[in-house]
Design a protein around this ligand. Structure first.
Ligand code: 13P
Length: 247
């Protein structure tokens, strides 16, 4: 199915820190690759799944190379055939203290390497209850895009994933109606930073307890341009069903 702007929905599988064995990763990959979804496995499995159009990393460092123990640069990822990088996932912000400033550096480095960034934003339950969602999303987007020119963004194919933290791994997804509102809000924020054309061309994805039953509603009802799927992307049949209902 094509959506209104003629672009095919972008379905992204974020395997997070799963599965435990390479053999299992290969098995899962072989069962889901026909979906042509973007697959973001743990770093260590990337090379064994290449070549595949639609390989993504869950994170990267912002420097090209050097004395940065334990880190991997966008150029290294690109060189093994990776095209996408998830930047600023809430689990990285929470467990690894990634600030908006760090997210900005990573985003710049991914764009510089000519890879496609999937920028994650989203509010906590507390922030939502306090009515702070709009301000939080605005700050996350403005800080992430700080000092990145319109020209660079236009060429980057940047995607933004709205992933409310209260919906991640909880089995309590955001209503499609609310996700649609958030999509419009995100477009408004991007439009203010750049312009309407850039805002309209930026794919907005939804993530948070997406499964084969609710996935299509974010595309068909909420009019969003894709999904970022965690738990459900680890079950081959569930994930294939999910993608089949959309694409
Ligand atoms: P779940 O689909 O498991 O809620 O995870 C969402 C997510 O964090 C994807 O990046």
């Amino acid at each position: 199915m094509k959506i209104s702007n003629g672009v095919k929905p972008l379905i992204v599988a974020n395997w997070k820190c799963n599965p435990a064995k390479e053999k299992e990763a290969k098995r899962l990959f072989n069962s889901v690759k026909k979906t042509k979804a973007v697959i973001c496995p743990p770093l260590i499995y990337l090379k064994s799944l290449a070549p595949y159009v639609g390989l993504g990393a869950q994170n990267c460092f912002w420097e090209k190379k050097g004395a940065f123990t334990g880190e991997v640069s966008p150029a290294m990822l690109k060189n093994i055939g990776c095209q996408y990088v998830i930047v600023g996932h809430s689990e990285r912000r929470r467990y690894f203290n990634e600030t908006d400033e760090v997210v900005n550096k990573k985003l710049k480095s991914v764009i510089e390497a000519r890879m496609i960034p999937i920028l994650c934003i989203g509010e906590t339950q507390k922030q939502r209850d306090r009515g702070e969602t709009e301000n939080i999303l605005k700050k996350q987007i403005e800080d992430a895009l700080n000092d990145i020119s319109k020209f660079k963004i236009q060429n980057s194919k940047l995607c933004i994933a709205y992933e409310p933290i209260w919906a991640i791994g909880t089995g309590k997804p955001c209503d499609p109606e609310e996700a649609q509102k958030m999509g419009l809000l995100i477009r408004k924020i991007i439009s203010k930073i750049y312009n309407r054309t850039v805002a309209q061309k930026t794919p907005i994805l939804y993530g948070g307890s997406v499964n084969s039953k609710n996935g299509a509603s974010y595309i068909k009802e909420a009019g969003l341009q894709g999904l970022l799927v965690g738990g459900a992307s680890l079950e081959a049949k569930e994930f294939v069903d999910l993608v089949r209902k959309i694409c």
